[in-house]
Design a binder for this molecule. Structure first.
Ligand code: AHR
Length: 666
C-alpha cells in the first residue's frame, strides 16, 4: 500500500518536473528577451574619424572601363593587339590602315604607337569604329567631349566624328577641320540626340593623303576629373573616412615592370603609358595619383597611398626584389610622392601639382609601404622607407603589411617585427566565411592600446556561393561592431574589392556592382554606408545579458551590438545585428543621468525573403540586390517618438537595426 502511494507521489513529482521543464523551456523560447544595458554617464573609447573607408583597386575593370569614364577602349593603340577595341569599315581599293611606331613620327616614347590611314583616290573613305567596353552608353541630351591627336601628310584633312547606336542611327556628329602637318590635340563636344546603351564612336576620313591619329578619347562632359559620376556619387554616399589606393596586388605587379608607378600616372594622358596590369587587362593610368587625390578631397577622405616596396607580388615563384643597394631611387620616389601631395607650390614636386591646377597641398598623412608583403626582404626595405620618410616628414604615418593571412607564422612574425620597430599602423587583410566573421567579433579586444594601430585594409565575408548575400553583409556588420568598439586600436577598415563590372568580373563578392549604365549597392554596401553614417565620436559602455547562441555545437552571440554617442548631433547611436532566423525581442535600457527629447529614428536593413536552407552559413538567407531590383535589401527609415530610457523593440530576423536617440546633451 505504502509502496503504491510512494510510486504515485513519485509519478506526480516526475510529471510536475516534466511540466515545469516544458513550461520553462517554452518560456525561454517565447520570451527570450535580450536586455541591452547602456551606461550613458561613462565615456568609453574614442572612435577614429577615419574608421570606415574605401579601398580602390583596378580589379574587375573597376577603374579601366569603370570609375575612369573613358569610353574608348585602347585610345592610344598600345594594347598588345594594337587594334583591340577597333574595327574598320572602308570603301575603295588600296586604302592602308595600320598601327605603326616609327620614332620620327611618334608623339613620344611613352605612347609610340599611332594609327596611319592612307587614302589613294578621291571618292574613297574609311571609318574606324570603337564600341568601348561592350558598347558606348549614350544618354539623350548629354554632352561628350571627344579629343584626339592628329596630323596629316600631303593633304589638309577633315575628320568626321559621330556617335551612333549599334544600328547605325546617328546620335551626334561633328567634324574637325584643317588638320595640320604636326601633331596637335583637337577637341570637340558632341551632344547626343538619343539614348543608347550600346553605342559606338565612328571616325571617318574621306580625303586623299595620309593622316595619323593617336589618343582618341571620349568622356562624358559631366565626368568628375575623368571619373564616372554615378560611381563617384555612390562613393560619396558612403562618406568614407579614407581612401586606400591604388591596390592591392595591382601595386605589387606580377613583375616590377607592371607594378603601379605613380610617376607615370600624372600629367597629360599622352604622357601616361598603357600597361598590362596584375589583373590581366590593359590600363592606361587614366586615373592617376592626381585624380585620386582630387577624389579624396572631393569625398573629404584621408588619402592612403600604397607604394611598392621594391618587390613584385610575393605569391609568384619569380618574385623580383630590388637589391638593397639600388633601393635609393625607390625611397626617393616615395619622398617625391609626399612632396607632390603635401609640399608647398614652390617645391620641385609641389610645383608640378600646382601646374596641374592645385597649388594648395593635399592632406596626405598616410603612406602604406607594400601590400600583403611578408618576410625579411620586406622588413629590410620597409625600414629604408621608414627612416627616410620619418626624417623628412615626421607627421606622415607609415602603414606596414601583416601579409595576406590574418593569422599564422608570417602574420605573428610581422606583428612582432612591427612592435619592435615603432611601426605606426599594421594592415591586416581578412577574407573569410560569414561564420568566421560572426565568431571573431572580439578579435581586437585583446590588441594592445599602446602597440601599433590597426588598419583592416581589406576584408569581406565570402559566403558559400561567393555572392553578396544579406547573410554575408550581416556577418560583416557583426564584425564591424567589434571594430567600432575597438576603434581606439583599429583606426581604419575597408571592404574589398570595391567594384565589380559584371561583364568583366573576375572576383566576387564586391561592394558595388555595375555595368556600363547602371550601378547598385550590395547588402554589404548598405552595411558600410550605415556604419559610416551612423557612428558617434566615442563609445558608450554597454552589455547584454545571456548573450550566447549555439548553432550546431558552435558558440556565437545572440545579438551583436555597439553603442556610441555623437556629440555634434547629441544622439545616442545603437547598432544591433540579429543574424539569426528568429525575430528577437530586445529591451534597451539607458542607465544614468540623461535627458531625452523623446524623438529618434530606427533604421532597419533586412529582407523578407524565405530562408533557403537550414544549414547555417550555407545560404540560409541568400537575399541579394540586382540590376532589376537594386534596393531589394536597402535601409528602411522610420521616425519614433515617446522614447523613454527603457525601450522595447522586436528586432527582425536577419537584420541590422540602428537606433538614433536624440538627447538634450550628455
Ligand atoms: O582585393 C583583391 C585582392 O586581395 C587584393 O589585390 C590583394 O591585396 C588581396 O589579396
Amino acid at each position: 500500500m505504502a509502496d503504491n502511494r510512494e510510486r504515485q507521489v513519485m509519478k506526480l513529482k516526475k510529471t510536475f518536473v516534466f511540466i515545469f521543464i516544458l513550461v520553462m523551456g517554452l518560456s525561454i523560447f517565447a520570451f527570450s528577451d535580450q536586455v541591452l544595458q547602456i551606461n550613458v554617464n561613462k565615456v568609453g573609447s574614442k572612435i577614429s574619424p577615419t574608421l570606415f573607408g574605401i579601398f580602390i583597386e583596378d580589379i574587375n575593370h573597376a577603374v579601366t572601363g569603370g570609375l575612369y569614364a573613358e569610353m574608348v577602349k585602347n585610345s592610344s593603340f598600345e594594347y598588345s593587339d594594337p587594334m583591340d577595341g577597333w574595327t574598320v569599315s572602308k570603301y575603295g581599293t588600296g586604302i592602308v590602315v595600320e598601327v605603326a611606331s616609327e620614332t620620327s613620327i611618334s608623339i613620344n616614347k611613352v605612347n609610340p604607337n599611332y594609327l596611319i590611314i592612307k587614302i589613294p583616290k578621291n571618292g574613297e573613305w574609311i571609318k574606324i569604329i570603337n564600341s568601348g567596353y561592350n558598347g558606348i552608353p549614350l544618354e539623350k541630351n548629354e554632352s561628350y567631349d571627344l579629343s584626339l591627336y592628329a596630323k596629316t601628310k600631303n593633304s589638309t584633312s577633315t575628320i568626321y566624328v559621330s556617335l551612333e547606336t549599334s544600328n547605325g542611327e546617328v546620335c551626334a556628329e561633328g567634324k574637325i577641320n584643317n588638320v595640320g602637318s604636326t601633331w596637335e590635340k583637337y577637341q570637340i563636344t558632341l551632344t547626343s540626340s538619343m539614348s543608347s546603351d550600346n553605342g559606338k564612336l565612328i571616325i571617318k576620313i574621306d580625303s586623299v593623303g595620309s593622316i595619323y591619329l593617336n589618343m582618341i578619347s571620349l568622356l562624358p562632359s559631366k565626368a568628375f576629373h575623368g571619373m564616372r559620376i554615378d560611381l563617384v556619387n555612390m562613393l560619396e554616399a558612403l562618406k568614407p573616412g579614407f581612401v586606400r589606393f591604388p591596390g592591392g596586388c595591382f601595386v605589387n605587379g606580377n613583375t616590377l615592370g607592371n607594378a603601379f608607378n605613380w610617376e607615370n600616372s600624372i600629367g597629360p594622358h599622352i604622357d601616361r603609358p598603357t600597361t598590362m596590369d596584375f589583373w590581366g587587362y590593359e590600363q592606361s593610368y587614366g586615373i592617376g595619383l592626381y585624380e585620386y587625390l582630387l577624389l579624396c578631397e572631393h569625398l573629404n577622405a584621408q588619402p592612403v597611398f600604397v607604394i611598392n616596396p621594391g618587390m613584385s607580388w610575393q605569391g609568384s615563384n619569380d618574385v623580383q626584389i630590388v637589391p638593397l643597394k639600388d633601393m635609393g631611387k625607390w625611397v626617393q620616389s616615395a619622398l617625391n610622392l609626399i612632396e607632390f601631395a603635401d609640399g608647398p607650390a614652390t617645391s620641385t614636386w609641389g610645383s608640378i601639382r600646382a601646374s596641374l591646377g592645385h597649388p594648395k597641398p593635399f592632406d596626405l598623412e598616410y603612406i602604406e609601404v607594400g601590400n600583403e608583403n611578408v618576410g625579411q626582404d620586406y622588413y629590410e626595405r620597409f625600414e629604408l622607407f621608414q627612416k627616410a620618410i620619418k626624417a623628412k616628414y615626421p607627421n606622415v604615418k607609415l602603414i606596414f603589411s601583416a601579409g595576406a593571412n590574418y593569422s599564422g607564422s608570417d602574420f605573428d612574425r610581422a606583428w612582432n617585427w612591427a612592435k619592435d620597430h615603432e611601426v605606426d599602423i599594421v594592415d591586416e587583410h581578412i577574407y573569410a566565411s560569414p561564420d568566421w566573421f560572426l565568431s571573431n567579433t572580439d578579435r581586437y579586444n585583446t590588441y594592445k592600446i599602446n602597440g601599433p594601430e590597426v588598419m583592416v585594409g581589406e576584408y569581406a565575408a565570402q559566403p558559400w556561393n561567393d555572392q553578396n548575400t544579406l547573410e554575408a553583409a550581416l556577418a560583416e556588420a557583426a564584425f564591424m561592431t567589434g571594430l567600432e568598439k575597438n576603434s581606439d586600436k583599429v583606426i581604419m577598415a575597408s571592404y574589398a574589392p570595391l567594384f565589380n563590372r559584371v561583364d568583366y568580373s573576375q572576383w566576387v563578392p564586391d561592394l558595388i556592382w555595375f555595368n556600363s549604365t547602371q550601378a547598385y549597392g550590395t547588402p554589404s554596401y548598405y552595411v558600410q554606408l550605415l556604419f559610416s553614417l551612423y557612428r558617434g565620436d566615442f563609445i558608450l559602455p554597454s552589455s547584454m545579458n545571456d548573450n550566447e547562441y549555439i548553432v550546431d555545437g558552435n558558440n556565437y552571440k545572440h545579438l551583436y551590438y555597439v553603442v556610441s554617442y555623437d556629440s555634434k548631433n547629441k544622439e545616442i547611436i545603437i547598432k544591433i545585428v540579429n543574424p539569426w532566423p528568429n525575430n528577437e525581442k530586445c529591451q534597451i535600457d539607458l542607465n544614468g543621468n540623461i535627458s531625452l527629447t523623446g524623438n529618434g529614428q530606427v533604421i532597419t536593413l533586412t529582407s523578407n525573403d524565405p530562408v533557403t536552407s537550414n544549414i547555417p552559413f550555407h545560404g540560409r538567407i541568400n537575399s541579394i540586390n540586382t540590376f532589376e531590383n537594386p534596393t531589394h535589401v536597402a535601409p528602411v527609415y522610420e521616425s519614433i517618438t515617446d522614447i523613454s530610457t527603457s525601450l522595447n523593440y522586436t528586432l527582425k530576423a536577419y537584420s541590422l537595426t540602428i537606433f538614433k536617440i536624440e538627447t538634450n546633451g550628455l
